[in-house]
Design a protein around this ligand. Structure first.
Ligand code: SF4
Length: 328
């Protein structure tokens, strides 16, 4: 069985957040016309509450790089970039350099692209711009990177965990698990590898993190993630990039919402007006009122959702609206 059949059979989906079928993504790049193709490993992980990629890189460096090599072989190319945020790079530098040097001596051309930690820097098309030396801001899609990616050539971009999974599939050691970054007001924060269909409540129980106080959670990531109450987590499974943050329900709503808005205001790349101005307005509106003026907040959130250029601006409403509906 070849690698693509193995990936298909394992049912791998991307672990960067979008959950796109891995085999389909690889095939799209393979079938795209062009002599030059690229592979990119995305270790940007710029959202608060996410830290599973660095855990995987520290513990399974060889497998991640081997996943990239399998992709290069499948696409019959030698050229790849390892996009990694600066902080992570310094944490794993000596280990990863040794492994990548080994493969480069065999004829591969894997280069590092080291960037400052940022949310938008992990967005696929913004990352392509950054590697090309342009402003780190998203491109209009389509065309998708699989057809017109780095320097206009077909490009496969996968997350660290996805490449790790590919190596496990190749070794026949893959099991239907995923890595969860668990943080917030809990006893045992950390990264846990557990079945990918586990419910959120069970995830908290099995990691000895189920709070004995009134709480709510955010899943996916601690900025763009969905907020759920403690009843909803009995059935809900993980989504997005695998982050789980626990909040004390007595935390003042203004503090909760301001944390998200501060993140969005800082991370907005400024390319489009609704997000650039909207995130600034929202932050100041909440900061300068003793109580959150909800109707004004929802009005701006709706505009952001409808008119923002990329997923960052569109996603601001997700945590705030779900927090309001499910917790308050
Ligand atoms: S929505 Fe925000 S992050 Fe996305 S392009 Fe517009 S300004 Fe940049």
């Amino acid at each position: 069985m070849n690698i693509i059949e193995k990936i298909e059979r394992a049912g791998l989906v991307g672990r960067g957040g979008a959950e796109y079928p891995t085999a389909k993504k690889w095939q799209d790049v393979r079938l795209a016309p062009g002599d030059q193709k690229y592979v990119i490993c995305n270790a940007s992980e710029g959202e608060i509450g996410l830290f599973k990629d660095i855990f995987i890189l520290e513990n399974y460096t060889e497998q991640v790089v081997r996943g990239m090599i399998l992709a290069l072989e499948y696409l019959e190319t030698k050229d790849a970039f390892f996009n990694i945020n600066e902080k992570y790079y310094h944490q794993i530098e000596s280990k990863i350099l040794k492994i990548i040097d080994k493969y480069n001596q065999q004829g591969y051309n894997i280069q590092f692209f080291i960037e400052e930690p940022s949310y938008i820097g992990g967005e696929e098309t913004a990352l392509l711009n950054a590697i090309e030396g342009k402003r780190t801001e998203p491109r209009l899609k389509p065309p998708y990177p699989s057809i017109e990616g780095l320097y206009g050539k077909p490009t496969l971009i996968n997350n660290v965990e996805t490449f790790y999974n590919v190596a496990c599939v190749d070794d026949n050691t893959f099991s239907a698990t995923r890595f969860f970054s668990i943080s917030g007001k809990i006893k045992n924060p950390g990264v846990y590898q557990l079945p990918d269909d586990i419910t959120i409540e069970k995830l908290l129980k099995e990691t000895n993190n189920l709070p004995d106080f009134d709480f709510f959670v955010q899943i996916g990531g601690s900025a763009s993630g969905l907020v759920l109450n403690k009843e909803q987590i009995k059935e809900q499974k993980m989504i997005g990039a695998g982050g789980l943050e626990v909040y004390d329900k007595t935390t003042p709503p203004k503090d909760v919402v301001l944390r998200w808005l501060k993140f969005y205001q800082k991370e907005s790349c400024g390319k489009c007006t609704p997000c650039r101005v909207g995130t600034y307005q929202l932050y100041n509106l909440v900061k300068n009122n003793s109580e959150i003026p909800w109707s004004e907040v929802f009005e701006i959130l709706e505009t952001l959702k409808e008119t923002s250029f990329c997923a960052l601006g569109k996603s601001v409403e997700v945590p705030i609206t779900s927090y309001y509906k499910n917790v308050l």
